[in-house]
Write a protein that binds this ligand. Structure first.
Ligand code: ADE
Ligand code: ZN
Length: 332
């Protein structure tokens, strides 16, 4: 197959997105609209100026702008509009299931209630399911640069919302904030029946991936690039078929890789790892699901089998129950 045929195939296959921060889908145009609506002054004069500012040397440089950008999200309608815009976009790309993160602490510390956040996001997700046929899971992510106590306080606030929260994650500044810091709060989350995942091995060492598995007992690893530095860890991830939710354009923009040609996803596939393609923070990193697939197809010698495997892995690695499994062949 030619590269354009592979891209057409990738577009046509049903896909699930498993690693997406909803606040990272805030496009500069919507940021401006919401700033105006809420009377917030942005430190940028134009949409072009915002896009030009999106040059990052590392994760922290991105996070600084990401937390600043989310300050325009004030009302339930803002969270709804943000989520709805993302759903409409992925609907055009063959994404039929999405498992999205939100960062409650990034809003609570600005005085925005959990109710405002969850109601806006969840109403849009429910609407997307009925109008666009996109199924979903909602993942509440703890900010790892904050304390264990802050994570416990956030979990306490989330208790009335557990019927709409499917799982918890761990994100933000990785190095210096190992998973072990959150062992007790993740144990509590598991006790409550929540599913668990964590960012690990994006900038942090393989040891952080081990900790996420052994101490947090996560069901998947978000990113996981640096797991490939540890052969015993790779063997374990292959044996247990732990999903790794990889994000090629994010890795490029945050200088985790120098070139998409260096991305470990193809090597990972060939080693039998359960890797998936995701967009992470598409408004900041230059693209949604298909931009990520297309970049991989352009840069790496992917075959038709690889493309089909990646689409299939996205459902295998998801938290969907069997009855809504879109990876099953369509009977018609
Ligand atoms: N928050 C949003 N995107 C993130 C990423 N790629 N890594 C860690 N925290 C994040
Ligand atoms: Zn992420």
């Amino acid at each position: 197959m030619t590269k354009s045929e592979l891209k057409a195939l990738a577009l046509s296959l049903p896909k699930a997105e498993l690693h997406l921060h909803i606040e990272g889908s805030l496009e500069p145009e919507l940021m401006f609209t919401l700033a105006k609506r809420n009377g917030i002054r942005l430190s940028y004069a134009s949409v072009e100026e915002i896009r030009q500012a999106y040059q990052f040397q590392n994760l922290q440089e991105f996070l600084d702008l990401y937390y600043q950008g989310m300050s325009v999200l004030q009302t339930e309608q803002d969270f709804y509009d943000l989520t709805w815009a993302y759903l409409q976009r992925i609907h055009q790309e063959g994404v039929v299931h999405t498992e999205i993160f939100f960062d409650p602490q990034g809003h609570l510390e600005r005085g925005i209630s959990l109710e405002t956040q969850i109601q806006g996001i969840h109403k849009a997700l429910v609407n997307g399911r009925s109008e666009l046929g996109i199924s979903f899971k909602l993942i509440m992510s703890f900010l790892r640069h904050l304390s264990e106590q802050s994570a416990f306080e956030t979990l306490a606030l989330a208790m009335p919302w557990l019927s709409v929260i499917d799982g918890v994650g761990l994100d933000s500044s990785e190095v210096g904030h190992p998973p072990e810091k959150f062992t007790r709060v993740f144990a509590k989350c598991r006790e409550l029946g929540l599913r668990v995942t964590a960012h690990a091995g994006e900038e942090g060492p393989p040891e952080y991936v081990w900790q996420a598995l052994d101490l947090l007992k996560v069901q998947r690893i978000d990113h996981g690039n640096r797991a490939l530095e540890d052969s015993a860890l790779v063997a374990w991830l292959v044996e247990e078929q732990i999903p790794l939710t990889m994000c090629p354009l994010s890795n490029l923009k945050l200088c985790v890789i120098k070139d998409v040609a260096d991305h470990p996803i193809l090597r990972s596939l060939e080693m039998g790892l359960l890797v998936t393609v995701n967009s992470d923070d598409p408004a900041y990193f230059g693209g949604y699901m298909m931009d990520n697939f297309n970049a991989l197809i352009d840069a790496l010698p992917l075959t038709e089998d690889h493309v089909r495997q990646l689409a299939k892995n996205s459902f295998v690695g998801s938290w969907l129950s069997a009855e809504t499994d879109h990876s099953k062949p369509n009977p018609k």
